[in-house]
Design a protein around this ligand. Sequence first.
Ligand code: SAH
Ligand code: SF4
Ligand code: F3S
Length: 463
Amino acid sequence: MNATSLPAPAAAPKLLHIITWGCQMNVYDSARMADVLRPLGYAPAESAATADMVILNTCHIRDRAAEKVFSELGRLRAIKQARAEAGQDTILAVAGCVAQAEGREILARAPYVDIVLGPQTYHRLPEMVARAARAAGAVIETDFPAEQKFDFLPDATGPQLPGGVTAFLTVQEGCDKFCSFCVVPYTRGAEASRPAVSVLAEARLMARQGVREITLLGQNVNAYHGEGPDGRIWSLARLLRALSDIPGLARLRYTTSHPRDMDEALIAAHGSLPALMPFLHLPVQSGSDRMLAAMRRGHDAASYRALVDRLRRARADLALSSDFIVGHPGETEADFDATLALVRDIGFAQAFSFKYSPRPGTPAAGAGHAAPEAIKDERLQRLQALIREQQDGFNAASVGTRVPVLFTGRGRYPGQIGGRSPWLQAVHAAGPETLIGTQAMVTIEAMRTNSLTGTLLRERACA
Ligand code: SAH
Ligand code: SF4
Ligand code: F3S
């Protein structure tokens, strides 16, 4: 065989390591960055130490986000230096919301970083990598581009995890709501929706590759208003209806929704679409009208309660989850009591609660009167104790019931498989791995700290 008949050499294999912090959208973004870089020859690395390129995908939402980034960058710098001494180059990129908010600061304080890119520019990564490789100095891309990145991304290559049964799919990004405390409108930019055709194509591909449950993502996912294949603007309810027709897709969820964007059609969809799971994350932040106004949430506690009533009328077994902030500037003991009262009245299956953290550049950060740390700690503890009680109560109530479980992988112990209930509860049961990727009925028998165990009905029937 002579040399000319040999296939052209493939691009030299290179290894990529992505570190992901923050919300589910960052998880999705990291997968898409890997998609964008795959044609350049980048395959996943086991660790940063073996990678030719490392991306740190950051989150800016709370606490000392920037400090955390700089401390991780210090670690990555040592790896980059050690590799350089061994004659290996490493491209170091910082992506995500800290990159967007503090890109210049990152380059000034960490000059060994090669690329800084905001969440709206990752479709330009190949070009940035080429520029960085030419050693033309650090590359920074944090302007909000005129083009929509989704129009320029290659087709997704499938679910985030090979063989994954559940996946995230971004349909909407950005936020125009400017709540007093929040950086997201500054880091993710204005609200924009992906055209329904591209969402549906990606969902079909995921379904063909074995995904059975898709969670639609957006900072305000229920503000979705994408162009439909019929030329009309589709709402989230319309999009969900089209997605529920895709063969193989058994379950749909969406997150995060805003109470103000919960329209009649979407509420009705909870009653009419069996694939739409009866679990909704609907952040309220506070139960005090005074605080909700200070937070610029655009709704009061009564309208939130009324909304929950309407949702429960559409779907009686709907379970709710929420986000809360304690110690927002101006919060008094009476305001906090109103939050506890709202939690008691609604009853949540789970919820996240956070101490208010001033974010540079947000209106609340300049407001002063933030509660002292000790008060924030004490309120957080009381709120979390109440939420824990409700979560345990919700899980305890499923003991003895039969629930459909979508099995996603192996269980905690050998011979067990694990998955999730419609209400997002982790469930483990003894069963064959052949059931992974399917739904099966399980009788719930016991409650552990953060999961349930049960018996597969089919197995019991055979016994
Ligand atoms: N888009 C979603 C929330 C995104 S951020 C919504 O509008 O509900 C996720 C959660 O982080 C928020 O719901 C809020 O509870 C919390 N959060 C955001 N900024 C915060 C801050 N500055 N301090 C403490 N918690 C914050
Ligand atoms: Fe932040 Fe408010 Fe927008 Fe949610 S709605 S992302 S909390 S500004
Ligand atoms: Fe964090 Fe940005 Fe998500 S600030 S929560 S990674 S939108």
